[in-house]
Design a protein around this ligand. Sequence first.
Ligand SMILES: *Cc1c(COP(=O)(O)O)cnc(C)c1O
Length: 366
Amino acid sequence: MMIPVAKPIIGAEEIESVRTVMESGMLAQGKQVKLFEEQFAEFIGVKHAVAVVNGTVALDLALKALGINAGDEVIVPAFTFIATANSVLFQGAKPVFVDVDQRTFTLDIEDVEKKISNKTRAIIPVHLFGQAADMKALSEVVDGKKISIIEDCAQAHGEKFDGRRVGSFDIGSFSFYPTKNMTTGEGGMITTNDETVAKRAKLLRDHGQSEKYLHTEVGYNYRLTDIGAAIGIAQLKKLNGWNDVRRKNAEYLNNGIKAGGIIKPYKANYSEHVYHQYVIRITSECRLSRDQFKQELEKLGIGTGVHYPISVHHQPVYKNLGYGNEKHIVSEIVAKEVLSLPVHPSLSEKELSFIATGVSDIAGGK
Ligand SMILES: *Cc1c(COP(=O)(O)O)cnc(C)c1O
């Protein structure tokens, strides 16, 4: 038996909602999508939410809605899931990498300041592992400049920065992939108070169709299904409760893990943290390397993940684009040290205790 590092929770309500949609015969984008958008917008605290087929597409449409183009620069962290940076390449624009803060794994704001040029059109902070980037510092950096902020909230549904939900600052982008804090199978959402951005995103998601069979620009089919939306509506009701359990589980691990050479997750004062992942760092002071540590945990039946083993500027696809020689020291170090432990809401206290003891024992050489 392996304790999985992530696990979607699908209950009777999700199954019943899907059954109802299936029996209605209306499977594609329709009433359920509209309802999901309304409820999600209200939850985040914005005027508009636009549902799409996944989180990668949400980032893509957010950039397209802003008219980001060849010649433009968009600032992204070097340490994130690759889709964040790729969404910029989709526009023919240039991703400009910045390093991350070694405690929060989110954008290093001083580095952002250095990398802003007269070509910078947008910045994509990633609320990595469920913790918000420093949105106040970031807002100050872009103050008075024509630079949009697209929050990559794919790992931070429900997270708050100083009491305000992430995804409500300018433009938010969410993913509902099964391992995320809530799921629709595959799915994504754009959130914003900017009506122009929302309208343009809706147009582009549906063939550039301003009215039926009247196409005013080249659009796509990026629509979410009513089946997915029905799952999302059921999941959204439970999100806050699940995030509470994730926080409790993280606290249990914080208290239970007693080990040298390991850095436990840091929580910034401004953050509530929704612990999409519980990420420890296996530093050079630990008796084992990160990869050996991972193997030992797996022998015990504890599933782990490495998010992410290679920083984006070192990925072959980016090296081939000429990014290989850049230095982003923190990103490069943490990519070698991070290890995600299970923290999802389905864990029992017995499993949490087993994880905490396992980690402590392995680090101590027992
Ligand atoms: C999951 C994820 C995405 C992409 O979302 P998909 O729905 O898988 O396309 C983008 N950015 C980050 C940080 C993610 O974790």
